[in-house]
Design a protein around this ligand. Structure first.
Ligand SMILES: *[C@@H]1O[C@H](CO)[C@@H](O)[C@H](O)[C@H]1NC(C)=O
Ligand SMILES: *[C@@H]1O[C@H](CO)[C@@H](O)[C@H](O)[C@H]1NC(C)=O
Length: 224
């Protein structure tokens, strides 16, 4: 009896943490919510985060570079300026910043064959919304609840080609110690038309953009 009570407690304690995990599961294009993992590469770690910032999983989450997953993911046609975004299953359950990056596949490479080993540039971010009496507020985590979706406009000058659209939410609740930041990542496949001639200036690599010691990854308590 005692041992089953103890294990029930262990299960109960584990549930909130698991429920707080989340996935970016569906691409939104001009208000249309597509099917889960139709245009977003599916993960093989359920909804768990990535913690090792040097890992290849930083590109498109665990599973996102697997040949079978890449091959079965469709590529959505979009135009510069289109409104795109992601739904979240079930919500961004922890405070922290969100950013969206894009990377263009080399000419002649389809989006579903691109492993994201080129340059990435940031096209959107949601960071802090306010500092109130209750402390720092995150735009992704309003009144102690995570948002369920977000959209933004693709750059008007985006050059034509095949792209990965990578969303990253960094959960900082456990980031007081090194390696505690949790990266929730999703990659959608896009093909962009038009005559955009924009050239990104600030670019990063994944992995490579972080080394894990950034003050931003040590949590909101350390930012002041
Ligand atoms: C919206 O997305 C669904 C699922 O991908 C697709 O079947 C449908 O044709 C889309 N509708 C429009 C108007 O693009
Ligand atoms: C998107 O977010 C809005 C605002 O929180 C919410 O009302 C809506 O139900 C969400 N839709 C989906 C599909 O998550």
């Amino acid at each position: 009896m005692r041992s089953s009570f103890t294990s029930l407690l262990a299960v109960a304690a584990a549930i909130p943490a698991a429920l707080a995990h989340y996935n970016f599961e569906a691409l939104i294009v001009n208000g249309n919510i597509t099917s889960p993992y139709e245009y977003v590469r599916q993960t093989t770690n359920s909804n768990s985060p990535i913690a090792d910032v040097t890992s290849e999983n930083m590109v498109c989450n665990q599973g996102g570079l697997d040949a079978d997953i890449m091959a079965k993911t469709n590529t959505h046609a979009v135009s510069p300026g289109d409104e795109v975004g992601f739904t979240i299953n079930s919500e961004l359950g922890h405070p922290g910043p969100l950013a969206v990056y894009m990377s263009k596949a080399p000419d002649g490479t389809e989006a579903n064959a691109y492993k994201g080993d080129g340059d990435w540039f940031k096209v959107y971010s949601l960071t802090t919304s306010d500092i109130t009496d209750a402390g720092l507020q995150w735009a992704t985590y309003v009144n102690n609840a995570g948002i369920h979706n977000f959209t933004f406009a693709l750059p008007d000058t985006l050059a034509a080609g095949n792209y990965l659209l990578r969303v990253e939410h960094i959960a900082l609740h456990a980031a007081g110690s090194a390696g505690g930041a949790q990266f929730y990542i999703g990659c959608a496949q896009l093909t962009v038309d038009g005559t955009g001639a924009g050239k990104p200036t600030d670019v990063v690599s994944f992995p490579g953009a972080y080394d894990g010691t950034e003050p931003e990854l040590r949590g909101p308590h350390c930012q002041l």
